[in-house]
Design a protein around this ligand. Structure first.
Ligand code: ADP
Ligand code: ADP
Ligand code: ZN
Length: 217
């Protein structure tokens, strides 16, 4: 059965961590709009140039750009049996555009899962986050350190990176954007009967087990 889902939640809530695990387990791709934008920034494309200033300020990139990126990505062959949207939609107009897009393809979302984490935990989550440069595996200074210091558990890589926007000041703006622009999507999907809630303020593997219980075998 196809699985088409949205992982919602605040910045640092654990969406990326969990999306990678669901991708492994169910063989459906993680579509992270943040990763797509960061790739565009590194490649220096016109979209990347426009997005960089907005991302550094902790604000949201325009709906037009985001809907275009997702429309193109969902058309690719690996999305035929499902996908995990991580970081999209983030505004009501994005959600409406997604509904239209899926409808035009004759497909439907199966679930929208909100990973709930209280605001006061998110600053620590975000400022401690780092990633393997080679394979993208996510780590945390306190909550998930590599087994051998300085070496990626997954690929053996020794280079890590931290996001430019993962600093205490920008986090405030990102949280404000989440509450003002993204949180209204929760009642939107609740109204469609799609919303499920998971307590994300627990050990990563406990959160994963809850998600797997929702998604089934
Ligand atoms: P998001 O994609 O929602 O921004 P991430 O998955 O990147 O969040 O997680 C943010 C940071 O918090 C990462 O450093 C990650 O290792 C860590 N993290 C993720 N889930 C948990 C958890 N359940 N408990 C503690 N730390 C977590
Ligand atoms: P986080 O892991 O903290 O949730 P993301 O990696 O998903 O952050 O996104 C990083 C930044 O990229 C956001 O702060 C925003 O500027 C931009 N961005 C990502 N997805 C979207 C979207 N759907 N709409 C608007 N801006 C987005
Ligand atoms: Zn690695």
């Amino acid at each position: 059965m196809a699985k088409r889902l949205i992982l919602m939640g605040p910045p640092g809530g654990g969406k990326g961590t969990q999306a990678k695990r669901i991708q492994e387990r169910y063989g459906i791709p993680q579509l992270s709009t943040g990763d797509m934008l960061r790739a565009a920034v590194s490649a220096g494309t016109p979209i990347g140039k426009q997005a960089k200033t907005v991302m550094d300020a902790g604000k949201l990139v325009s709906d037009e750009i985001m809907v275009g990126l997702i429309a193109e990505r969902i058309d690719q062959a690996d999305c035929a049996t499902g996908f995990i949207l991580d970081g999209f939609p983030r505004t009501i107009p994005q959600a409406e555009a997604l509904d239209k897009l899926l409808k035009s393809k004759g497909i439907k979302l199966d679930s929208v899962i909100e990973v709930q984490v209280p605001d006061e935990k998110l600053v620590t989550r975000i400022t401690g986050r780092f990633t393997c440069k080679a394979c993208g595996e996510g780590y945390h200074d306190t909550f998930k350190t590599p087994k051998k210091a300085g070496v990626c558990d997954v690929c053996g890589g020794a280079e890590f990176s931290r996001r430019a926007d993962d600093n205490a000041e920008t986090v405030k703006a990102r949280l404000a954007a989440y509450h003002a622009q993204t949180a209204p999507l929760l009642p939107y999907y609740e109204g469609q009967g799609l919303l499920k809630v998971v307590d994300g303020d627990r050990d990563m593997s406990v959160v994963t087990a809850d998600l797997e219980a929702i998604l089934g075998r």
